[in-house]
Design a protein around this ligand. Sequence first.
Ligand SMILES: Nc1ncnc2c1ncn2[C@@H]1O[C@H](COP(=O)(O)OS(=O)(=O)O)[C@@H](OP(=O)(O)O)[C@H]1O
Ligand SMILES: [Mg+2]
Ligand SMILES: [Mg+2]
Ligand SMILES: [Mg+2]
Length: 372
Amino acid sequence: ARGPATPATTLRSLYKLPLTTARKISTHVAYLAKERAVAIEAVERASQVCQAVFQRLITAETLTKKDKSPVTVADFGAQAVVNHILERYFPDDPVVGEEDSKDLQGEEGRVLREKVTELVNATTGDAMSSDEASCFARSCILRAIDRGQYAGGPRGRHWTLDPIDGTKGFLRGEQFAVCLALIIDGQVHLGVVGCPNLPYDMSKPDGERGVLMVAVKGQGAFQRKLSADSSEQETPVHVSGVQNTSDAVFCESVEAQHSDHSTNANIARLLGITKPSVRMDSQCKYASVARGDAEIYLRLPVSETYVEKIWDHASGNIIIHEAGGRVSDINGKPLDFSIGRTLSANKGVVAASAKIFDEVIGAVQATLAKDN
Ligand SMILES: Nc1ncnc2c1ncn2[C@@H]1O[C@H](COP(=O)(O)OS(=O)(=O)O)[C@@H](OP(=O)(O)O)[C@H]1O
Ligand SMILES: [Mg+2]
Ligand SMILES: [Mg+2]
Ligand SMILES: [Mg+2]
C-alpha cells in the first residue's frame, strides 16, 4: 500500500463491501488505490490514441491548411476510451468531460464517427472483449463519449476529463496533455496528467519523452514514464526550492489569448525575474512547475467573459498541492471545483511553490491594480 490506509467505512461505501471485509483490508489499501490505478490505465490508453492519430493523420498538408479534423478524431477517441474504462470499473461515477457526440451523429457525422471508431478499435482492441469491440463499432462509442455530460456540483463523486488539453500544441507536435481527475464533494482527491511529448528528464531536453504525473490527496505527487513498456516505476516530484523570486522562471501559455503576456512581463519585473518565460500549451505547465522545471504558472484573465473549465485545472491543481506548491486564482482565492462544469467563482490562475506564493500573488495584485 502507498500512503495512508483507507478507513473501513470509506472502503465499504466506495467498493460496496461488507463492513467486516472492509475492516480486514483497510490497512492494506491506500486511499483511492483502485481509482489511482484505473485513472493511470485510462490516461495511458488515451495517450496512445492521441499518439496514433498524430502519427497517422497529421501531415504537412493538414498543418498548412490549418485542418483541425485530426485533433477532433483524437479528442473524441480519447474521451471514448477513458469514459469506457471508467464505466467498466466505476459504473456509478458520472463524468464531466469536455467533448460531446453531437458532431458524430447522423449522416453528417458518419465519416468522423467511422474514423473515431476505427481509431479506438485499432489502438485499444487488445484491451476489449470481442463483444465490447463490436459494440464500440456501433453506437457504444457515442454513448461512451456522452457519459461526459454530467453537470458537476458540490456533492458526491465525479470525474472530470480533458481528453486533449492544448489542442494547438498537439497539432504543432509540441506539448499537450490528457487530464483526468476525481472530485469528491467539490474537492479534487486524485489527478492524473499524461504528457506524451514532455521530456522525462528536463536536464536532457532531447532525451526520452512521455511523462505521467499522478497525485492522491495526502499521498504526494509522483511521475512515471508514459511508455507502453513502462516498468511502473514512480519517483516523487517536488516544486522548486527557489527562495528568491528573482531566481524564478515563469511558465505560461503559448497563446496570448489565454493569458495576457504583457501584464505577465510587468509582474515579472516587479518580482525581479530576468530569465525568459517557458511557454508551452496545456496542463503540462502544471507538471513543469510541480517538478521544479519552472517556478510560477500564471494565467491572467484576458476577457471579462471567459470562464475557466474544471477539466483544464483539476488535475494540475492537486498535483501542484501534493508536490508542495500552492494554487489560487489571481485574488488568492482557492479554485472552487464545487460549482459545476466551470470555475465561475474564480478569475485566472496562479500556481507556485509555497515559499514564494504570497509574494507572487502580491505582485499580481499590485500590477493589476495599477493597470486598471
Ligand atoms: N479565451 C480563453 N482564455 C483562457 N483559456 C481558454 C480560452 N479559450 C480556450 N481556452 C482554454 O485553454 C485551453 C488551453 O490552454 P493552454 O494553456 O494550453 O493555452 S495555449 O493554447 O497553450 O496557450 C483550452 O483547452 P483545450 O480546448 O482542451 O485545448 C481551452 O479550454
Ligand atoms: Mg483543455
Ligand atoms: Mg481539450
Ligand atoms: Mg477544446
